[in-house]
Design a protein. Structure first.
Length: 226
C-alpha cells in the first residue's frame, strides 16, 4: 500500500478538511505538532516511524476556490524537501494553468475543476499524461463533465477516487464503490481519498486491488498505524 500524506493549505495554513465544506475549514490542531505551518506539519508526518513517505499530496484550497494561491509557499516547501515527489491540486482547469503548476511537481487535475473538455484535451495532448486525474464525488454524485468518468481515453494511468463527503469524517471506506473501479479497470492504479482510518481499512483496500491511499486524519489522530 502506498500512503500519500495530505496537506490541505488555506491562507498559508494546513487546515482540517471535513466533508468538502471548504468555507468552514480551520487551521489544524494536531496531536502531532503544535503548528499549522505546512513545513511543521510535513516534518511531523515524516517523523512517523511506522511508514516512509515518498510522495505528498498538496491541495491549494485558495487556488481551487479561485481566491488567490499559495504558490510561493508551496514552491518553498518543495525546495525544502527535494527528495519527495509532490502531487499538487490547485484547481487547474486549462493548459496555461497546468504549465504554471507543473514546474513544481506532478499536477493533480480534479474533475470538479474542468468545465471545458477542450482545455482538458489540450493538457492531455501536450503533457504526455504527466498529470494525475482525480475523479471527484460528493454524496455519490460525480463532480465534473460526465465524459471524464465514462470515457477511459481521458484517464491518466494513476487515478484518485476522491469522495469529498468522507474526507476527515472517520466514517471508513466505501468498499463497494472502490471495488467497482478496481475490478472493472484492473489496468489502472487507483488511490482512495476519503475515509481511511486504520489498518483494517487498509487491508480491505489491498484486498480489492487499490494501489494507495491519501491520508491525513488517520495520521493526525494516530489511528492509521496504531
Amino acid at each position: 500500500m502506498h500512503y500519500i500524506p495530505v496537506l490541505d493549505i488555506l491562507d498559508g495554513h494546513v487546515v482540517s478538511a471535513q466533508a468538502g465544506t471548504r468555507h468552514l475549514y480551520q487551521p489544524i490542531h494536531s496531536p502531532l505538532c503544535k503548528s499549522s505551518h505546512p513545513i511543521a506539519v510535513l516534518e511531523a508526518f515524516l517523523a512517523i516511524k511506522s511508514c516512509t513517505f515518498v510522495s505528498v499530496y498538496i491541495a491549494d484550497l485558495n487556488a481551487i476556490e479561485k481566491q488567490g494561491t499559495n504558490f510561493s509557499l508551496i514552491q518553498n516547501l518543495i525546495k525544502t524537501y527535494p527528495k519527495l515527489t509532490f502531487w499538487i491540486d490547485s484547481g487547474v482547469s486549462d493548459f496555461k494553468q497546468w504549465q504554471h503548476w507543473q514546474a513544481l511537481g506532478k499536477v493533480v487535475i480534479g474533475s470538479e475543476s474542468i468545465n471545458n473538455i477542450k482545455e482538458y484535451e489540450e493538457i492531455q495532448r501536450y503533457s504526455y499524461n504527466n498529470f494525475i486525474l482525480s475523479l471527484d464525488f460528493k454524496q455519490e454524485q460525480f463532480l465534473g463533465e460526465p465524459c471524464l468518468l465514462e470515457n477511459t481515453d481521458y484517464w491518466s494511468k494513476q487515478l484518485i477516487l476522491m469522495q469529498l463527503d468522507r474526507v476527515g469524517m472517520q466514517q471508513g471506506i466505501d468498499h463497494l464503490f472502490l471495488q467497482k473501479f478496481s475490478h472493472t479497470y484492473p489496468d489502472y492504479s487507483f488511490f482512495a481519498a476519503g475515509g481511511v482510518r486504520h489498518q483494517n481499512d487498509v487491508q480491505q483496500l489491498e484486498k480489492i486491488g487499490i494501489t494507495g491511499a491519501l491520508v491525513a486524519t488517520g495520521l493526525h489522530q494516530g489511528t492509521l498505524f496504531k
